[in-house]
Design a protein around this ligand. Structure first.
Ligand code: GBH
Length: 486
């Protein structure tokens, strides 16, 4: 059953979508009153990213509302997921000053989408924290004030855009900006205190999310009638050796430390997975994973109207345990597991990304079971090629979408998983964080050497559009047939 193709039709009302994020596409980093974010700082610091590239201009989407909305229109999707740049709205991160030009930009984007019948799906935080909030007196996501500051920012977004936005995502991938931002330092703000500050940041993120959710419920829901949720990223894990119980246990830890860290509190019982709590407390006077009080647990539990999922790839997990881990504290040591990938799996340009379609089906089933059958909105899924590629015949992406989306259909029809929508990453090639422009995830190719930043349709769009229109008919899809010449 795993490898058999499944014919059928997506349910009525299933939402098709494409996605971007503010820092990755907007550019206009210092225009019209925008404040600096931690990604402006990071990308202006030499030696941090591939080729020292920046998002200063990126796709110049700040000046291209018409072009972007037209791309969305040509795809025929029902939704467009983008994020708001906090420091475009509050230049110093606080309510002390609202930048009207920033508000105008997002209003014009939202209005243009509504005019073509596309629903905006808006992420409040896709990693570009106002730099002023990372500075000493605040301390970014590990500081005490960040929770209320985020809620004040969410409040103004609900107030300004809520009459027109019916689906909100508070955070994109807390795992990434805590573990990479405050744990191993691969992302801004480049702090390295793994197994401590990443956990502390994670707790603040959960509380900020929960408070923003509650604010919407009490102040806005009755009038605006939208939904609020959170998006987490999760790879799927399989035991590396299926004959070893310890590898199954390692697999479980990998999943719990990845997805469970944030989704267990929200969907199960307000608290972290037991395995995380036990390990992070071992040999410590107070657990490195800051405890949640009874009050905090009831604040957090039940605060998501849908289960936002970013999924790309699958890993093989195996047990690791270093006896000296007391001296070498880290998130990864706590996990007592490592992962690797099967080298026969087809590879993207991104080192971590292999094309493993069956993984998404297993992950969706696992989520259904683990989190009590939530409505799952797939908020990202996609594949990359090299930045220097000029290839518009991106048959690898065609294969990727064709395979993964068919597995999503299997999850819905054969496993009875409640998947309510699918979002491709990304509408167009863009600034890929620490990798700069060296990886392209777009449905549209962008010429980053041309000041006009023209966007050109790649061939995988034809397959994606046909799947959206026809699902998977028994006589096959015209535009998903791949002639790779290899
Ligand atoms: C998404 O993250 C992001 O939301 C989006 O902004 C980004 O453009 C897109 O993926 C494509 O990358 O080697 O241990 O450092 C996806 C999840 C998590 C995948 C971190 C890459 C690197 C793992 N990402 N991961 S590591």
């Amino acid at each position: 059953e795993r490898d058999e193709f499944h014919y059928g039709t997506f349910p009525e009302g299933f939402k098709w979508s494409v996605s971007t994020s503010a820092y990755q596409i907007e550019g206009g980093w210092n225009v019209d009153g925008k404040g600096e974010s931690i990604w402006d700082t990071f990308s202006h610091t030499p030696g941090k990213r591939a080729n020292n590239e920046t998002g200063d201009i990126a796709c110049d989407s700040y000046h291209k509302v018409k072009e972007d909305v037209n791309l969305v229109k040509m795809l025929g999707v029902q939704q467009y997921r983008f994020s708001i740049s906090w420091s475009r709205i509050f230049p110093d991160g606080t309510t002390s000053y609202v930048n009207q030009a920033g508000v105008d930009y997002y209003n014009s984007l939202i209005d243009s989408l509504l005019k073509i019948g596309v629903e905006p799906v808006v992420t409040l935080y896709h990693w570009d924290l106002p730099q002023a909030l990372e500075d000493d007196s605040f301390g970014g996501w590990v500081g005490a004030e960040i929770i209320d500051l985020f809620v004040e920012y969410a409040d103004i977004c609900f107030k300004e855009f809520g009459p027109k936005v019916k689906r909100w995502i508070t955070f994109n991938e807390p795992w990434v900006f805590t573990v990479l931002g405050y744990g191993n330092g691969a992302h801004s703000p480049n702090i390295k205190d793994s197994g401590r500050l990443d956990y502390q940041a994670g707790k603040n993120v959960l509380l900020a999310h929960a408070k923003a959710y509650r604010l919407y419920q009490t102040q806005y829901k009755a009038v605006q009638n939208g939904e609020v949720g959170i998006t987490c990223n999760s790879d799927w894990s399989e035991p590396r050796n299926q004959y070893r119980q310890v590898d199954y246990d390692a697999t479980n830890r990998v999943m719990q430390f990845f997805l469970g860290w944030f989704m267990h509190p929200i969907w199960v019982n307000g608290d972290y997975p037991d395995v995380m709590k036990v390990i992070a407390a071992q040999g410590e006077a107070t657990s490195r994973l800051p405890e949640l009080t009874t009050q905090e647990k009831s604040l957090i539990f039940g605060t998501s109207d849908f289960f936002g999922l970013n999924h790309y790839t699958t890993n093989l997990a195996y047990e690791t345990f270093s006896p000296d881990r007391i001296n070498e504290v880290s998130y990864y040591e706590d996990r007592e597991a490592n992962t690797e990938q099967d080298f026969t799996w087809p590879a993207a340009a991104s080192v971590w990304l292999k094309d493993v379609p069956w993984g998404i089906r297993r992950l969706l089933s696992w989520i259904k079971k683990e989190y009590n059958d939530p409505p799952i909105l797939i908020t990202e899924n996609g594949f990359s090629e090299e930045g220097n590629s000029h290839e518009l015949n991106d048959w690898w992406r065609t294969k990727f979408f064709h395979g993964y989306i068919n597995e999503v259909l299997k999850a819905i029809q054969l496993d009875n998983v409640n998947v309510i929508g699918y979002t491709a990453w990304s509408l167009m090639d863009n600034f890929e964080w620490a990798e700069g422009y060296s990886e392209r995830f777009g449905l549209h190719w962008v010429d980053f050497n041309d000041p006009e930043r023209p966007r050109i349709r790649k061939q995988s769009v034809n397959c994606f559009v046909e799947i959206m229109e026809r699902s998977f008919p028994a006589d096959g899809l015209q535009n998903c047939q791949v002639n790779s010449n290899i």
